[in-house]
Design a protein around this ligand. Structure first.
Ligand SMILES: [Zn+2]
Length: 402
């Protein structure tokens, strides 16, 4: 399995954003074309813009719902009608309807508290995903029996949280960036339950669960330096395999009681030419694996008729309308964000929503030398040799996008 680990020496890296932190990865024999780079730049920028917009609307929705008294929050009611009657921002109302459409959370006969709970889970996973695409989320956790020595600190990855037992039977958590201690974080700000872990051994076994809590803390509270984000073409072998249906994937490795995602986001670059909107959705899908650590529970391979009878929309039969499944499903996040921010293809000057500042549809940056990024990635790849498997996005037969 180690052969499928990412080896930067056989690849070419091309910056796709002006800061050079987001890099396209291709095989040496397949240099990226200007057109591919342009579209990759476009869908990358648009993914971030759309996710940020969706997060804003979810936050407004949360504030609106949470402003009620606790008594009010636990009464069963028609929440959609309540917001219509209160004439809330139509985009916030639309976001609520999309929460129902993609995550099956009842909004007409439910408590406000239940809806808030679902909205927060989906917001938090989307926040990690968005921050990950922005180069913020490559954080590690190191569990140690004592405060790290200078030698141990010198071996830490760029962004590392260090967890050590304190003197009172609990734990102390510190954040190191570039091997310099930046902050001590109160355990309660991450998750009070960490203090119940009795030993270094058990903390190590559970590290892949603890890091999930830390990632959310990091996404919400820390402004760290920008990591490189790699968006690679799928392997040549998969490109040439007529039976291959995977249009995107990311690697994961089993660690203790759970798994961790790592490495580049893989995306079939042929979509950039033929189906750019599907490429956007695929990038958001894979990013929610890579940075939101969301799984695959079902795909939007089926069609459902629209209520107004005019056409149909992609629909995931296999989710069985289950909110817990949908909240842990990459395709649900990708189609949710697309639906909240407009399904009519990629944005351009003729097709851009009213909320979007046209200046944000960024032009392509100048070409930059990728030299330093190569060196950096080889360090990163070393830590990720043990490949546990792959999360796939399988292409949807008959899917067409203009
Ligand atoms: Zn997937």
């Amino acid at each position: 399995m180690a052969s499928s680990a990412f080896n930067p020496l056989n690849k070419t890296l091309t910056p796709i954003t002006s800061n050079g932190n987001i890099l396209a990865v291709k095989h040496k024999t397949q240099p990226i074309t200007d057109a591919e780079r342009h579209t990759l730049n476009t869908i990358y920028n648009e993914s971030v813009i759309r996710m940020e917009r969706t997060l804003q609307l979810l936050e407004k929705l949360d504030i609106c719902l949470s402003s009620r008294s606790i008594d009010e929050q636990y009464k069963v009611k028609n929440i959609k009608q309540m917001l219509i009657d209160e004439e809330v921002d139509p985009d916030v109302l639309h976001a609520l309807k999309m929460v129902k459409r993609h995550f099956y959370i009842n909004i007409t006969n439910n408590t406000i508290a239940n809806v808030i709970q679902g909205v927060r889970i989906l917001h938090d996973n989307l926040l990690k995903t968005c921050k990950g695409l922005m180069g913020q989320m490559d954080v590690r956790l190191q569990v140690l029996p004592h405060n790290p020595s200078a030698a141990e600190i010198s071996k830490l990855y760029d962004k590392t949280y260090v967890l050590v037992p304190d003197n009172s039977g609990g734990w102390e958590l510190s954040y190191y960036e570039d091997r310099v201690k930046k902050k001590t974080i109160p355990i309660n700000d991450v998750d009070a339950q960490i203090n119940n872990i009795p030993s270094v051994e058990l903390a190590t076994v559970n590290a892949s669960l603890i890091i999930r809590k830390i990632m959310l803390y990091h996404a919400k509270n820390m402004q760290s330096k920008n990591d490189n984000v790699y968006i690679s073409n799928i392997s040549v072998k998969k490109q040439n395999d007529v039976n291959n249906l995977a249009i995107g994937y990311v690697h994961y490795v089993r660690k203790g009681v759970a798994w961790e995602n790592y490495g580049p986001i893989y995306l079939d670059y042929r979509l950039l030419q033929n189906k750019p909107f599907l490429a956007l959705i695929t990038l958001m899908h894979e990013a929610s694996h890579r940075y939101g650590w969301v799984q695959d529970r079902g795909y939007y391979h089926q069609e459902k008729l629209l209520k107004n009878g005019k056409g149909s929309r992609p629909y995931p039969e296999d989710l069985g309308k289950s909110p817990p499944k949908a909240l842990n499903n990459a395709d649900s996040y990708a189609y949710f964000v697309a639906d909240v921010t407009g399904m009519n293809g990629l944005y351009d000057k003729q097709n851009s929503p009213a909320w979007l500042d046209p200046k944000k549809i960024q032009p392509l940056p100048a070409q930059k030398s990728p030299g330093s990024a190569l060196k950096k990635f080889s360090l990163f790849a070393l830590g990720a040799v043990a490949v546990g498997g792959i999360c796939y996005l399988v292409s949807r037969r008959g899917f067409s996008n203009s």
